[in-house]
Design a binder for this molecule. Sequence first.
Ligand SMILES: CC(C)(COP(=O)(O)OP(=O)(O)OC[C@H]1O[C@@H](n2cnc3c(N)ncnc32)[C@H](O)[C@@H]1OP(=O)(O)O)[C@@H](O)C(=O)NCCC(=O)NCCS
Length: 384
Amino acid sequence: MHISAFGALSSSPADLDACFRLHQAATAVDRPAEPAPVRPAYVARLTRAPAPGRRYLDWLARSATTGDLTGLASLMLLGDQPSDLAAIDVTVHPRYRRQGIGSALLAELAGAASGRCSLLIEGLTEGSPGQAWAAAHGFAVAQRTVVLTIDMTSVDRTRWCVSAPSGYRLAHWTGSAPDDLLKSYAAARNAIAEAPHGKLSFTEPEWTPLRVRAAEAAARSRSCELWVIAAVHEESAQVVGLTYLEVDQHSPELAVQQDTAVLRAHRGHGIGAWMKAANLQLLAARRPQVRQVRTSNAADNEHMLRVNRQVGLVVQMATENRQASVSDLAIRLGRLGRPRLAEDGGQELLRLGLDPGQVPRPAEGLGVQLVHVLGAGRPGGEPA
Ligand SMILES: CC(C)(COP(=O)(O)OP(=O)(O)OC[C@H]1O[C@@H](n2cnc3c(N)ncnc32)[C@H](O)[C@@H]1OP(=O)(O)O)[C@@H](O)C(=O)NCCC(=O)NCCS
């Protein structure tokens, strides 16, 4: 086995092809109900600019004998504090599983994340190889989640006729927040931090007008359209709630529901359902090519789930987010037995620094890129 850091932006078309074929083969086995991946959309995700404050480090695993691509791993680092989010995504080609490749890639990820407290894996489905692998490496369940979808071709659109709470108006934009709402919009985005977060130990950086503008620019640069609805309190002219959808122009049939939040003082008036219903109405009218809206929720976020059901989202599956301490992982991976990595005669063990008790060394090179849409690409998606 040969593991190397990978920079998607500077990689050859042949490498990108190999990554796509691996992703295709894994999707067919792991998520057979999903539409088959499309190369331009996958490559665009792999090579797009990260959202502000995020860095992606990637690795490829190849067979030392055939040179075939056997695994892909990505580490997403948000911010630079030890408690900031560090999320991972590892995919091993179905033909090469249970040979220790996923574990070897995890050793690279843990080494590169050695300044962080914990690593997060999102969206693991019950009974999946990913769940078993994560459990085997000591990742504990930190939060139970559910994936919900709306079939836009058959949903009962009368669900979107939600009456307006008095004293509020809606503002809508795609792309950039209007200047006069920017400050209060940024402040309202911080309300997402109050969503239930189970045992997750990560902190979310504060939303500021600067961060909002940077996020908007990053979305534009990765051809991602933002559909934002804000609830404005008429008396104060301040944004008090928001919801937004993302439509990746390389996958125009899918919209991903991201954050929805209402400031505490304005909860209980039906603002959440009103905003979400209005956004779906607008999307259906202006982007009829969108066939599915998808989102993920904490399983114990009763209010959000009630709103989601009200506007037509249907629970598709239960998932979970797991986390492990980076230092525990380093100890555990340092104890991995040599025979599991014997494909190339154990030479790779030395390169990986997998001697007992030894902390895996950080990767030498830094790759970058990708984005995770509910288990189909990059780790660390924005909370829904
Ligand atoms: C999860 C995944 C990366 C594991 O890769 P892998 O190279 O097969 O894993 P390893 O060989 O390193 O497995 C290490 C241990 O994890 C456990 N494990 C891995 N896959 C398992 C499975 N399907 N069932 C039960 N246990 C499993 C075992 O304890 C295994 O050790 P063993 O083979 O000696 O019993 C791979 O199945 C995959 O790509 N799945 C789809 C993507 C995904 O879910 N990624 C994980 C989230 S980041």
